[in-house]
Each structure stands twice: as structure tokens, then as C-alpha cells.
Design a protein around this ligand. Structure first.
Ligand SMILES: [Fe+2]
Ligand SMILES: [Fe+2]
Length: 208
């Protein structure tokens, strides 16, 4: 995949919103390493530029979900703006920009012998703020104007996986955000569809 082409797609989508702060965010993302970071250390898109690819995939999937749901639920047209789908889906995982560090790992080859392989390890030391909440704060600190539904869609994009089940407040806040703002579900589903359908690798399928 041509990473420069994906970066161009990402930049054009983000600029298409005409939102205040987009240029500052693009600069901030460059500095944080967003465009070269992988999407994970060991799972989907654990390659340079993986986070960028995952973000664009999530945006494409979220836009499809939004279009499809508008056909079923015409009222959605007024409730969720296209720009909001783009902002929240493209930027939901910016929290991952600075957590992956290149490292050499051991793995078994087809003959069962251990060998070195290039990989990533994870460190949260730059800004241990959590996941969705970290993305929201980084974007605000970089000067992006965001609506409540965009912030909440990013904050809760992990759905039930991102909730502290010991916290009644977390559970109620997630539930409330989801009911008040359809964008929360659209981004959550887009993220899920990108990771589990668009980004499956042959290697991952072999390990099942
Ligand atoms: Fe995420
Ligand atoms: Fe994601």
C-alpha cells in the first residue's frame, strides 16, 4: 500500500471539513508520529503507517454506516453531520501516535527455531491518560474545534470494551452518550468493521 497516497487521502478528508484548527492538528500529528506509527504492536496493521491506514479505513466504514443508516432512519441527516463523522472517525485513535517503540523480538520460524524479528513494544510514558480520553485531550490541546458529539464519539469509541465495569458513572455516561448522540455508535461500528473486516491479515487467519 502507498502510504503517501493514504496520507493524502487522510489530509484531504480532514481539510474537507473546513474546521477551525485542522491545520494545527495536521502539524501536531506530524510531530507526535501519527503518520508513521503502527495501529498495534502485535495485531492488526502492526506496520509503519498502520495507524494512518486504520484511521482512513475507520472513516470510510463510518461514512458507509452513516449513509446506510440515513436510508433507514431519515432523521439522522439532521442529527449527524458528515463533517462530524469524518472528524471523529479519522481522529479517534490519535492517542496511539506516541505509544509504540521499535524493538527486536523473538519469534519461532517454520522450523520451530527462535529468530529475531523487528517489532514494537508499547509504552504509555509520554502521556498516560487512557485511550479515547487521551485522543480528545490531544486534539483540544492542538487547537481543534470539536462538537460535544464528536468528543463523546472519540471518548467512547471502544464501546463496552472501554468501560470500567466497576464504575457506575462510566457505565451510565457511556449509555447516556450513546443514546443522546448517534455519532457515538457510528464511530464505534466503523472502528470495529475496519479492524475485523478490512484489516484482517493472512498471518492472523493462520493463527486462528
Ligand atoms: Fe481505539
Ligand atoms: Fe481504532
Amino acid at each position: 500500500m502507498d502510504i503517501n497516497q493514504v496520507k493524502k487521502e487522510f489530509t484531504e478528508l480532514l481539510r474537507s471539513t473546513g474546521r477551525d484548527g485542522v491545520e494545527d492538528v495536521l502539524e501536531g500529528l506530524e510531530e507526535m508520529g501519527f503518520f508513521t506509527a503502527p495501529a498495534s504492536a502485535n495485531h492488526h496493521l502492526n506496520i509503519e503507517g498502520g495507524l494512518l491506514i486504520h484511521s482512513v479505513n475507520t472513516c470510510k466504514a463510518a461514512l458507509m454506516v452513516w449513509e446506510g443508516m440515513k436510508a433507514l432512519e431519515p432523521g439522522l441527516e439532521k442529527e449527524v453531520q458528515r463533517d462530524s463523522v469524518i472528524i471523529a472517525s479519522l481522529l479517534h485513535d490519535v492517542c496511539k501516535s506516541d505509544i509504540y517503540i521499535r524493538s527486536v523480538k523473538k519469534r519461532k520460524n517454520v522450523l520451530g527455531q527462535w529468530e529475531d524479528c523487528e517489532g514494537y513494544k508499547v509504552s504509555y510514558k509520554n502521556f498516560p491518560m487512557g485511550h479515547g480520553e487521551k485522543s480528545v485531550i490531544l486534539l483540544l490541546c492542538n487547537g481543534l474545534e470539536m462538537t460535544d458529539d464528536e468528543m463523546l464519539a472519540i471518548r467512547w469509541h471502544m464501546g463496552a470494551w472501554g468501560i470500567n465495569m466497576n464504575s457506575f458513572e462510566d457505565q451510565r455516561s457511556f449509555d447516556t452518550a450513546q443514546k443522546l448522540y448517534p455519532l457515538v455508535s457510528i464511530v464505534q461500528v466503523g472502528d470495529k468493521l475496519a479492524a475485523s473486516i478490512m484489516e484482517r491479515s493472512g498471518e492472523e487467519m493462520d493463527e486462528l
